[in-house]
Ligand binder design. Sequence first.
Ligand code: MN
Ligand code: MN
Length: 467
Amino acid sequence: MSETSKSKELKEKLFKQNKNGYLKARKEDLEQISDFAKNYADFLDHSRTERLFVKNAIELATKNGFTEFDPDKKYSAGERVYLNNRGKAVILAVIGTQPITNGVMIAAAHVDSPRIDLKANPLYESGELGYFKTHYYGGIKKYQWPTVPLALFGTVIKADGTVVDVAIGDKKEDPKFVITDLLPHLAQEQYKRTPGQLIRGEELNVLIGSRPFNDDEESESVKLNIMSILNEKYGIIESDFISAELSVVPAGEVCDIGFDRSLVGGYGHDDRVCSYPAMMAAINAKAPAKTVITVLTDKEEIGSDGNTGLQSDYLKNFVYDLARANGADGWRVLAKSKCLSADVNAAFDPTFPDVFESNNSSVINGGVVITKYTGSHGKSGSSDASAEYMGYIRKLLNDNEVVWQTGELGKVDAGGGGTVAAYIANLDVDTVDLGVPVLSMHAPFEVISKFDLYMAYRAFSAFFDAQ
Ligand code: MN
Ligand code: MN
């Protein structure tokens, strides 16, 4: 053996292999990857808010034998239940064959995404144009949101308590809405602003109409005309906006990106690109050994507070209810449980290499990303998974031929971010982050790889199949 081939052999044995996932994929996976991505794109197109995602998830689960959870009932192996948390978060569970005291397997992802919410008094007229005042939700680069076609979704509770669901802009023939920006010809002063202020929060005003009600001399007749259209279509009056949750989100369809169609572009991959495969893994779980739970939660983008976010007790209470029905203590069940906190990570972007540390960034087509810790500065806000649990997940993925990689969100002092991992770990559950790398995270149009999406599904399925 020559010296060259000896070092080649030793390198293969000792070094970590960094290959594009497509070159490592199993033949049977290659056929599944594009089918899975197509179904995901269809689902995402119809699930642009947490409420819509939850509604569609429950509909799909019900078709697949899930029934509404009854906390007082004792369920037997193979039974499938869902818990609807106020229409904004949902838990799907399949009861395992092993006793619940062996612990449960939890996949947790979030279904809210950065967006622009309407204020309580949103409707106004200025310069004979109709507008909505807004307050953005989550971490957005505000300058990215003007001049993008927008759709309006949400729920209005009228004065008499009637519930009205609003959805305008998701169908081709629907009108869209837009935030305007200044033309470059007149932007000299705007360019002097700091990038975070290039478009200010109070400039995210949504253009919603321009036609006056009629030609009489009443003031605010554009506003009147819009209110009259809304009243005709939804039966609402201006004060009903106060008891409403209305969100403006990008309207464009999810689509393939690239000549090779290897990528998917669209709004809300963070974190529906993890929610969808985690949901499908629960729906396709047949007779798991341990009870498997997918929780699709709300409010992650603004800190997970509130009763539909994972800082609330709803997941813990669900596990306690399952435990109690089996005569077990909830905390004992949680102490034996495992969790994949499923959230996206920042994919290495070759156009902006400076913020990434190339040895420890996730890459597109590298497979599903395991992130031992998130947080910022000195791992602040991270639950930091143990070596033992990292070892467990690594072996599980390898045994099931899931293509995976590790990734840290950017350079140590470049910024940072958190996930729901810490809140589940705080329940005394072994938890680590696992998800899909994303380009242009939190932009109105984000990009992911079909390969990585499918590997996330394979990872959740392997996790739910574990003994
Ligand atoms: Mn996320
Ligand atoms: Mn996010």
